[in-house]
Design a protein around this ligand. Structure first.
Ligand SMILES: NC(=O)c1ccc[n+]([C@@H]2O[C@H](COP(=O)([O-])OP(=O)(O)OC[C@H]3O[C@@H](n4cnc5c(N)ncnc54)[C@H](O)[C@@H]3O)[C@@H](O)[C@H]2O)c1
Length: 453
């Protein structure tokens, strides 16, 4: 189907437009579900055959996204959503193409846009003239204008951005674990290669989402806003991590400080921890750094230093663990370490770039016996370890308990379990989950990030 921009606009308003979401992972699938819910015929496209099969068999894969499963069931019953691995076929049937492809980084912390680049080539080969392309993936400012468009246009210029196809961005800012809530509340940023593209994107997003749309002057400014919000968090976490390291030595409790500091109206609280993980924050800081590097500009110092601090935290965690064990005449080498929580943040099933990975890998290199308890990873193989099904099984006979994530479920743990099941109870808490005074009363050896020894 080949439509003019006016026709697409009309089709959106009358819910006749057909949409393909390419990349139906953590962000793309919920997006596809909401597009389908709005009545638009939606095809999810992914190279992951298992995922596509699951979706077509009505199996919803994101158990940790509240409220999403019910909408998924509805759109599958109504047949407004389907999934395929065949991008050529999908592109031949749609007017609007949304890219929700991964944008990770390589081992040298350089952003990796290879998925977008390879799909860009497929768009060159198969995109219907007259279509609208919307990039939801997080990219550094200028990637769409300088790289993606030239790939889609190709050397033969059969397609021309802004003329024979529309293109723009609507960077996704939703938070895993609360995507539906964020879809209902967070404003969306819209940037286009020209006004027509921007107007079309606004018209389709206002059809699907009932949130404010913020018009950006161009794609790169919209992408800069998305990165700014996440880099803000990465830098602020580094700030409290730096204070935590200092306060530990000064005998000051960082959590007591933050609880009081946050009562001041212009203080926005962030918390220290064993590192910053996930698919967004670390990558987004490196995307900003890379945008300076690739434009031959000085690298942003504050952001680079923040990355260094946050990347040191897993090693500081190991140091606390080692010190704590030494204080009871035990060695870290060959000890049994029980890990409470491995997700990169609370209440999600996600270990991408989680500090737990680095910590566990170091513990294994020291021949430690590592046990994991995480309600999102029950009796499963994760980091090449079979995780426990019960908290008690993880605690029993451990030399130390290392708290790496403070899932909601952990708030109700009664610390009496530790002296009951451990010979010499020892806890290293990197997330401020436990009250040190309470642990002290139970004679539990304790270390915590940002807490006096
Ligand atoms: N997860 C988050 O917290 C979050 C939040 C906001 C924005 N984002 C951004 O959204 C984008 C998508 O992130 P995600 O977390 O959903 O990633 P994801 O890894 O969960 O999903 C990406 C999907 O794309 C598929 N894919 C990879 N290459 C493909 C190709 N060539 N063709 C078709 N499908 C392909 C993968 O199989 C996967 O299912 C990224 O740019 C990310 O930075 C993520």
């Amino acid at each position: 189907m080949s439509l003019s921009s006016d026709q697409i606009s009309h089709h959106i308003k009358t819910a006749q437009a057909k949409v393909a979401i390419i990349g139906i992972g953590r962000i793309g699938l919920p997006t596809a579900i909401l597009f389908a819910k709005s009545g638009l015929s939606t095809i999810g496209v992914d190279i992951n055959k298992n995922l596509v099969e699951k979706i077509n068999n009505n199996i919803f894969p994101l158990e940790d996204e509240p409220g999403m499963k019910e909408i998924f069931n509805n759109v599958m019953t109504n047949k407004t959503l389907s999934a395929t691995t065949n991008i050529q076929d999908a592109l031949s049937r749609v007017d609007v193409v949304i890219l929700s492809l991964p944008t990770p980084m390589n081992n040298d912390n350089i952003p990796d846009y290879s998925s977008l680049e390879s799909v860009g080539q497929q768009l060159h080969d198969f995109l219907n003239p007259g279509s609208l392309v919307i990039v939801e993936s997080t990219v550094e400012p200028g990637f769409v204008e300088n790289t993606l468009i030239s790939i889609i246009e190709g050397n033969d210029k059969t397609l021309e951005a802004g003329k024979t196809f529309g293109i723009g961005v609507c960077p996704e800012t939703a938070n895993p674990g609360e995507i539906l809530k964020d879809f209902k509340n967070l404003p969306r940023l819209v940037g286009g290669i020209n006004k027509k593209s921007q107007d079309l994107i606004s018209s389709i997003y206002s059809h699907v989402f009932s949130v404010d749309l913020i018009s950006m002057p161009d794609c790169k400014t919209a992408n800069a806003v998305k990165l700014t919000t996440n880099v803000f968090r990465d830098v602020n976490i580094a700030f409290v991590n730096e204070l935590a390291l200092l306060f530990e030595k000064l005998g000051i409790d960082i959590f007591t400080v933050l609880d009081a500091a946050k009562r001041k109206y212009n203080f926005q609280v962030h918390y220290p921890g064993s590192g910053v993980g996930g698919p967004c924050l670390p990558v987004n800081s490196y995307q900003i750094i890379n945008s300076a590097r690739s434009n031959f500009l000085p690298l942003p110092k504050l952001i680079s230093t923040s990355r260094e601090i946050n990347e040191k935290m897993p090693f500081h965690t190991l140091k606390l663990l080692n010190d704590a064990l030494n204080s009871i005449n035990k060695k870290l080498e060959k000890s049994t370490i029980g890990i409470l929580g491995i997700s990169y943040k609370p209440n999600v099933k996600d270990v991408q770039l989680a500090p737990a990975e680095k910590i566990i890998s170091k513990l294994k290199s020291l021949e430690c016996n590592v046990k994991i308890f995480d309600p999102y990873f029950i009796s499963t193989n994760v980091f090449s370890i079979n995780s426990e099904s019960k908290l008690e099984d993880m605690v029993e006979n451990s030399d130390a308990i290392l708290v790496l994530t403070s899932h909601q479920e952990f708030l109700s743990i009664n610390p009496e379990i530790f002296p009951k099941l451990m010979k010499i109870p020892l806890i290293v808490d990197t997330r401020g989950l436990f009250d040190p005074k309470e642990l002290n009363k139970l004679k539990i050896v304790f270390r915590g990030i940002g807490r006096p020894n």
